[in-house]
Design a protein around this ligand. Structure first.
Ligand code: SAH
Ligand code: SF4
Ligand code: F3S
Length: 475
């Protein structure tokens, strides 16, 4: 889920710039202070906003969906592409108007853009009162106090240790069935196009036992699916400082899968260089570890992959895809692709298209290259593919993905899947929606007595490139 990019498996949609990030809502104390928060970017940011909400709730803040009644407006930002930053700046224009109507309202910028721009943000955006990087959220109460005194509050310190392991996230706008759990922070890979290592700092893994405890607590509260989050989950490694026992990602998967057979486990993102056979074997061994892997390829060409500093080549990636289908013939694989990276030729672009066919992605997130200040590519490579060519190549990628997704989904017609009910379908209150193990969204007519959080067997009757439509065959 990248909030500035709606080109999921579905149609070629233009980015809806007016779309606001998800806002949290919870009744505050009567007469108490209220905060409003919007989140952009990846799932890690949404997960971080739940940590922020928890820290603010401790301070007596209640959440509101109405920015006009908020004492504190927060925006959790993303820097991954230029467009993501533009979206945030547009939102700031709107917050400015709210502030003019209600002087004293504080505006805080959180997340990756705060980290990238640091105090410069305060010069560029006069209305901003606080700039807080992703590792500084514990400092929020102090920074709010500073801002209330009329000074600007800034903390963009990146930590080598912070994992917020002891903070229980406040699941405010949740469906009560599915939740995210951050298992690590930061990234030590230096993909040349990517700003994340600069905005999120060094990679660190969270205490395995705190992860299992959080998942267990969610299960006890009625949740039935957790998604373990990290920029590169396959390099998860945590050592118990007391026993020196070390836990890798495959072992963490097993620990969470063992909590209860009715608790589904998902994870994101896997890095092709690090995904091991041990992980695939563990997935195959547990029915409740979902048969779905997000394995971003970025490019199908080895020379471009080297320029991207992805540290694998086309053959390595194909070997990993083969291994996945060998261990789990029913596994779905999805991907991220970047069109028009520095010096990419037409032939090299074609190799991305053939890779998509080879891997048979169920869906993909697709982007054209957006140069980010400070990255290796910005310093060392020329952003020499014209916008027109980037867009044309991206459209070719999107068109092909739509065809592959459509075929992938058509092949499911007639099959029966175990589906976790998540809630009402968007289009009709007579239908439920839920996903199968392969992460495909399924829509089917309701049946009496069933509710979100229940598992049902659904037979697929029809399929588009985005959704499977079906019928419950047993409750
Ligand atoms: N950690 C994940 C990716 C996180 S960023 C991984 O390694 O796969 C999400 C996606 O944004 C990336 O996979 C990439 O496809 C895209 N992306 C990152 N930087 C970009 C840039 N400068 N321009 C265009 N797309 C970019
Ligand atoms: Fe960025 Fe690469 Fe790290 Fe993913 S693995 S967050 S693309 S540097
Ligand atoms: Fe964006 Fe930061 Fe995530 S740059 S994609 S919010 S890690």
């Amino acid at each position: 889920m990248y909030n500035d990019n709606p080109t999921l498996s579905g149609l070629i949609k233009e980015i809806d710039e007016s779309k606001q990030g998800e806002a949290f809502y919870k009744e505050g104390h009567e007469g108490g202070k209220k905060f409003y928060i919007e989140s952009y970017g990846c799932q890690m940011n949404f997960s971080d906003s739940e940590i922020v909400a928890s820290i603010l709730a401790e301070e007596g803040f209640g959440a509101t969906r109405d920015m006009e009644e908020a004492d504190l407006i927060l925006v959790n930002t993303c820097s991954i592409r230029e467009k993501a930053e533009e979206t945030v700046r547009k939102r700031l224009r709107l917050f400015d108007k709210v502030k003019q109507n209600k002087p004293g309202t504080l505006v805080g910028v959180l997340g990756c853009m705060a980290e990238r721009l640091k105090a410069k943000f305060l010069e560029e955006e006069k209305l901003v009162d606080m700039v807080i990087g992703p590792d500084a959220y514990r400092d929020l109460p102090k920074l709010i106090a500073t801002a209330e005194d009329g000074e600007k509050g800034v903390n963009v310190f990146l930590s080598r240790e912070e994992t917020y392991a002891d903070i229980s996230p406040l699941r405010l706008d949740s469906n009560g069935v599915t939740a995210f759990i951050s298992i690590m922070r930061g990234c030590d890979n230096m993909c040349s196009f990517c700003v994340v290592p600069f905005t999120r700092g060094r990679e660190r893994s969270r205490d395995s036992y705190s992860i299992v405890a959080e998942a267990t607590d969610l299960f006890d509260k009625g949740y039935r699916e957790v998604t373990l989050l990290g920029q590169n989950v396959d390099s998860y490694k945590w050592s118990n400082p007391e026993t020196e026992e070390s836990v890798n990602f495959a072992q963490l998967l097993e620990m969470t899968a063992k909590i209860h057979p009715d608790l589904r486990i998902r994870f994101s993102t896997s890095h092709p260089k690090d995904i091991t056979d041990e992980v695939l074997e563990t997935m195959a061994n547990y029915e409740n570890i979902c048969k779905y892997i997000h394995l971003p390829v970025q490019s199908g060409n080895s020379r471009v992959l080297e320029l991207m500093n992805r540290t694998y080549d086309r053959e390595w990636y194909m070997d990993r895809v083969n291994a996945i289908y060998r261990y789990m013939p029913d596994c779905a694989i999805s991907s991220d692709m970047i069109a028009g990276f520095c010096s990419e030729t037409e032939e090299e672009h074609q190799e991305t298209l053939t890779m998509m066919e080879f891997a048979n992605y169920s869906m993909s997130y697709m982007f054209y290259y957006s140069e980010r200040p400070g990255t290796l590519a910005h310093r060392k490579l020329e952003d020499d593919i014209s916008l027109e060519v980037k867009k044309r190549r991206l459209n070719e990628i999107i068109r092909l993905q739509n065809q592959i997704s459509f075929k992938h989904n058509q092949a499911d017609i007639g099959k029966t899947f175990k589906v976790l009910i998540e809630g009402d379908s968007k289009k009709s209150a007579d239908d439920f929606k839920g996903r199968n193990s392969q992460n495909k969204m399924m829509v089917f007519p309701k049946k009496n007595g069933l509710k979100p959080g229940d598992y049902v067997q659904v037979k697929v009757k029809d399929a588009t490139s985005a959704t499977l439509k079906g019928e419950i065959v047993e409750g």
